[in-house]
Design a binder for this molecule. Structure first.
Ligand code: SF4
Length: 365
């Protein structure tokens, strides 16, 4: 079914303001001494099993730079009783060598409910760290660079959602997790790209407001009879792909498998063999093991899957997310040593947002 209506930021001109990082974790936990960060025989020996995981995608001459940070982070994590949650778009040395849990937004949100640690470091973007904090109000949540934002999260504010509710009274609001805590707090239920269709249909409504990704909204609308009112947000990474570039790749190799993320525009999805969340894309490649494949999503995901499946040939194009790429090993180490930057969410907003996130997490499949 086509989208019923797409509305946009002209409803409300105020831009969301990111919260200033809190310093309370720095007061609560002592700063730890900086490690030596030398490449030597001991570090080489200790980190060899970790390098073996990524040797297909990280050249040997780069490992002496990464290895001292990997060793230091893994030691300090234990001292802090900390865990690292890493999104599928993190680089291989983070994803395969220091992360305790990896996955897409839904998997990370679910893991965040089970974390048994004092400190959570989010290797991802700010809304993911906020989600971890919402689900763990008593734990310290850090993000190694609080400027790691998201074009979807900044496209809409809590005030926008209140105006949408005024304009479409009684229509439930389904909110993609790529949003601020304030926006989640104004929503009935959250969703991810893994479960968006299931969440929309779970409400039993003939019409829903689906925010903020217009392309994910179109993809969901194409699969359901529920009428969708969309918001004009988009992912600056996925909207850059075009159907024409995929047609060119296909004309060079008609047997290639093209797998697209549903944040891509409709002509890209039409040109793909399969569409799914990053977790579903990874499952597709793991199970089907195509000879050649294009993952139409952020670049690092192909590297992370390539590290695990060296026999599959990954054909680029891919686009980098500048926000995800703000997270690096040196910043993760700095974050753990100095307990910065702490993510705080107003408790009243967190309580309302938690209802929307937990309603999604505990949805029966
Ligand atoms: S890839 Fe897109 S949706 Fe994901 S964090 Fe970057 S801008 Fe946001």
């Amino acid at each position: 079914m086509p989208i019923l209506e797409t509305v946009g930021p002209e409803l409300n001109r105020s831009a969301p303001r990111p919260a200033a990082p809190s310093r309370s974790a720095q007061r609560k936990f002592a700063t730890l001494p900086a490690p030596a960060l030398e490449w030597n025989e001991r570090i080489e020996r200790e980190t060899a099993p970790l390098y073996a995981r990524i040797k297909n995608v990280v050249p040997p001459n780069e490992w002496p730079f990464f290895a001292p940070y990997v060793a230091a982070i893994n030691t300090i994590k234990k001292q802090r009783n900390a865990v690292i949650l890493a999104h599928n778009y993190q680089t291989p040395e983070i994803y395969h060598c220091v992360a305790d849990f990896v996955g897409d937004s839904l998997q990370l949100a679910r893991e965040a409910t089970k974390v048994n640690a004092d400190v959570i470091v989010q290797a991802g973007v700010h809304f993911m760290a906020e989600t971890a904090k919402i689900l763990n109000p008593g734990k310290t949540v850090l993000i190694p660079d609080s400027r790691a934002g998201c074009s979807l999260a900044t496209s809409i504010t809590g005030e926008d959602v209140r105006l949408l509710r005024e304009r479409f009274p009684g229509v439930p609001v389904v909110t993609y997790v790529n949003t601020s805590a304030e926006v989640k707090a104004e929503s009935d239920i959250c969703c991810t790209s893994s479960n968006a269709l299931q969440v929309v249909e779970s409400l039993g409504a003939d019409k829903v407001i689906f925010i903020p990704d217009q392309y994910l909204a179109k993809y969901v609308a194409s699969q359901t009879k529920v009428k969708i009112i969309a918001w004009k947000g988009s992912c600056e990474v996925h909207e850059r792909f075009t159907g024409d570039e995929l047609a060119l790749i296909r004309s060079n190799d008609p047997t290639i498998q093209i797998i697209a993320h549903p944040e891509c525009p409709p002509d890209v999805i039409a040109a793909a063999d399969f569409t799914g969340s990053t977790a579903h894309m990874i499952d597709f490649v793991r199970t089907k093991k195509p000879k050649r494949v294009v993952l139409v999503t952020e670049c690092s995901m192909a590297d992370n899957v390539q590290a695990e499946l060296p026999d599959v040939e990954f054909v680029r194009p891919c686009n980098l997310c500048p926000h995800m790429k703000r997270i690096t090993l040196p910043k993760i180490l700095d974050s753990l040593l100095h307990m910065k930057e702490e993510v705080v969410v107003d408790p009243a907003i967190a309580a309302k947002a938690r209802r929307a996130v937990e309603r999604m997490i505990y949805l029966k499949s």
